[in-house]
Unconditional design. Structure first.
Length: 201
């Protein structure tokens, strides 16, 4: 793996091909072992596409049909991985599984060691300290700003930015939380950050 903590933020799977070469190079090239964190029944639809684009071994960390995650298995897979990919789906479910669990610290430790991370859609939203949910996931009687993985500081990430008309939502939450940076990612857009600093789109 290359030096530096690399984080790839994607607005949707359509941006995957544009960053694959950089991500795989950071994760060890042809011998890379990628852990894909996912949720929901549709992960089986996306896995072949991920594998075809990445062209390397992909191990899936996903809960069972009851929504329960096998933590020992997940920790073993993550510990053997040279790159971490967090997919799209319901962000509250992702936050419950991967932030409100022992996996949060496991993932933070991997990132601190220099293992590259890629977040796609909801996965990108998980990366900062805060997650601002929107659309169908807004709830009247609970917080709509959740704790994130904390791999990035002082920012928010919102995928599907233009498609879901999220500029007002992003600006409002940045102001409310007194954060300096908002990443609004269209569905074909991706950015690379290294050690928390923008490298390129």
């Amino acid at each position: 793996m290359l030096e530096g903590k690399k984080l790839f933020l994607l607005g949707d799977t359509r941006a995957l091909k544009a960053v694959t070469e950089d991500f795989l190079s950071s994760a060890g090239g042809p011998s890379a072992k990628i852990a894909q964190l996912s949720f929901g029944g549709r992960w089986r639809e996306y896995l072949p596409a991920y594998q075809n684009v990445l062209g390397v071994e992909v191990q899936v960390v996903v809960p069972d049909e009851y929504g329960v995650l096998d933590l020992p298995r997940a920790i073993t897979i993550l510990g053997q991985s040279t790159g971490i990919m967090i997919g799209g789906g319901p962000v509250r479910a992702y936050q419950h599984l991967f932030v409100q669990s022992p996996l949060r610290q496991v993932l933070r430790n991997l990132y601190a060691r220099g293992v590259p991370f890629m977040g796609v859609s909801a996965g990108a939203m998980l990366m900062p300290e805060h997650i601002a949910v929107y659309g169908d996931e807004l709830e009247l009687n609970s917080s709509n700003v959740l704790e994130g993985l904390g791999l990035l500081e002082n920012c928010l990430v919102m995928p599907h930015f233009t498609e879901d008309v999220l500029e007002r939502r992003l600006v409002d939450i940045l102001s409310e939380l007194r954060l300096s940076t908002g990443w609004g990612l269209d569905e074909t857009a991706g950015v690379l950050l290294e050690n928390g600093v923008f490298v390129r789109a």
